[in-house]
Design a protein around this ligand. Structure first.
Ligand SMILES: [Zn+2]
Length: 543
């Protein structure tokens, strides 16, 4: 018997599911309110005989592996490990485990090296202390410094016995190639940067976010550089501060979401331990799943500039659709949280206490605009009502309609009528978030790239033309993705990929592709946004 079957044999699905969901007996089966979508009456069934679960509401189904994968929000391989542990089965795939633990120890050594560098760099210390961080916070977050040299880390890791391949795989070293594609040498990815380790749930470093020292900043360099996707680091699945924040998150059932790494450290320093940050990436529904494991309320703090406010709206709506109660931090002027806290930590705590529900916040923002009443009313309908519509509870919807009516003096009847007009649209939107059978964007892009790599045909060129970096996905990930794909309800894998690809070939999408490519060239590549659009097309086809 292979280890996977052995695990399935040893464990009862009822025991596994009961760890997360309260089951009640129903004939030969057990049932519960589905953990994968919002519902009032139970339509989630577990069958001990068939060793499977099925939700009649959202069609989620599978076995213990897919269940743990989904509810813990982790890759298949990690679900396998957790369940192997629980079942007392040793995994024979020791090679991959060993390779992975090599990467973990490589990053551990790297973090220590960066921490030592910081102790020796007067300039880096001056910068960090200048921003207000204390020794204690620096130690808590293992903040370090990457020297402004090309091969400092490379030489150090070599002396520790790591190979260049391992360093590249871990995302800390880059290979330099000449015109013919031959290796010229290796250099450090992070140079002259204050280093913030990114840790997974169990506290192991999986990547870094590096901030350039102000004296070294140039226009051509990003202020922040993050680890690319690696076998350990998946940006859509990592929240900065999740490991330091989870205890308080569990206690308070609340989480504060800030934009920057420095904001996170300073908020923690101000005693708000339940703070997380999404740095350099948009909020995903995977992040929401992570938060929902501990919290039902999220407090957002985003920049007051237009980009920050757009991100706030997008994130707020996603959180509401995900079933979270969404608040916005009270006015802190034009400062970011880090600078505010540096001046006076009490001001931050006060601003958090003055949080407003996102719907009230947005309404107040519209009402403060220097425009006439009619325009304000239109803006309330177009910009604020979608958030009311997204609320899952009818009681909440009624409450906020009343609030809006009081604030605007538009009658509740009219607001209700306007709300009804867009109702179809929003129920479509919420389906999107709740449908676990639709692969998330991140995974979809990997699947597409996996397809391209496997077939090495014209598909490859299409992805290149969309400037999807196939090299950013090492083979090991692709294997893993393919492996977990087989676990899913796709049936014929080949046909599934073909179907995806035919979507691209259709004439009606050609124009869209051209438009996207043009957009890429003009604005610089925002792959995520583009993937969202591609994703929409593919999804429409799959439905
Ligand atoms: Zn369900």
């Amino acid at each position: 018997m292979n280890p996977k079957d052995q695990i399935k044999e040893n464990l009862s699905i009822v025991d596994v599911v009961s760890t997360y969901v309260r089951l009640e007996k129903s004939g030969a089966q057990f049932r519960a309110r589905c953990p994968f979508h919002n519902e009032r009456t139970p339509s989630f069934y577990v069958s001990p005989d068939r060793k499977s679960y099925h939700c009649f509401g959202c069609q989620a189904h599978g076995d213990i592996f897919t269940f743990v994968e989904k509810i813990e929000n982790i890759p298949f391989i990690d679900a396998l490990k957790i369940l192997a542990d629980r079942a007392g089965v040793s995994l024979k795939d020791a090679k991959r485990n060993e390779a992975e633990s090599r990467l973990v120890s490589l990053l551990k050594d790297t973090t220590l090296h960066f921490e030592n560098n910081l102790k020796q760099s007067a300039e880096a210390k001056e910068y960090i202390f200048g921003r207000g961080l204390t020794d204690e916070t620096i130690a808590t977050f293992h903040v370090g410094y990457a020297k402004n040299e090309w091969r400092d880390l490379f030489v150090f890791l070599s002396s520790k016995g790591y190979s260049p391949e391992e360093m590249i795989l871990a995302g800390v070293v880059i290979e330099a190639k000449d015109d013919t594609g031959k290796t010229k040498g290796f250099y450090d990815r992070f140079r002259g940067r204050v280093m913030f380790p990114i840790r997974n749930i169990s506290g192991a470093t999986v990547g870094y976010s590096g901030r350039i020292l102000p004296s070294l900043a140039t226009d051509s360099q990003g202020k922040y550089v993050n680890t690319p996707e690696t076998p350990l680091y998946h940006k859509s699945k990592v929240l900065f501060g999740y490991d330091t924040g989870r205890k308080k998150m569990n206690e308070t059932k609340e989480v504060v979401v800030v934009e920057g790494q420095m904001d996170l450290c300073m908020s923690y320093q101000a005693g708000v331990h339940n703070t997380v940050a999404v740095s350099g990436t948009a909020f995903t529904d995977e992040h929401i799943h992570m938060i929902k494991r501990f919290c039902d309320k999220v407090i957002l703090s985003f920049d007051t500039d237009s980009a920050g406010q757009a991100a706030l709206k997008k994130t707020g709506l996603l959180c509401i659709l995900g079933g979270l109660d969404v608040y916005v931090v009270g006015d802190i002027g034009t400062k970011d949280p880090a600078d505010l806290i540096k001046d006076d930590p009490a001001l931050w705590v006060k601003a958090l206490a003055k949080k407003k529900h996102v719907i009230e916040f947005l309404a107040d923002t519209v009402l403060a605009l220097p425009v006439d009443e009619r325009t304000k009313g239109q803006k309330i309908v177009s910009e604020v009502l979608p958030f009311v519509r997204a609320l899952t509870s009818p009681i909440d919807r009624a409450h906020f309609l009343r609030t809006l009516s009081e604030k605007t003096s538009i009658s509740q009847d009219i607001l209700t009528e306007e709300l009804g007009r867009g109702i179809l649209e929003t129920s479509e939107l919420s389906k999107e978030v709740e449908m676990p059978s639709v692969p998330p964007i991140e995974r979809l892009s990997k699947e597409l790239i996996a397809f391209a790599k496997l077939h090495k045909k014209e598909a490859h060129d299409e992805f290149i033309s969309l400037s999807l970096d196939t090299e950013a996905f090492p083979d090991v990930i692709i294997e893993e993705e393919m492996f977990s794909l087989e676990k899913r309800v796709i049936g014929d894998k080949e046909a599934y990929f073909k179907d995806l690809m035919s979507t691209y070939k259709k004439e009606e999408h050609k124009a869209e592709l051209v438009r996207l490519q043009k957009k890429l060239k003009e604005e610089g590549a925002d792959i995520e946004a583009i993937m969202v659009q591609i994703y929409d097309h593919v999804k429409k086809r799959l439905n």
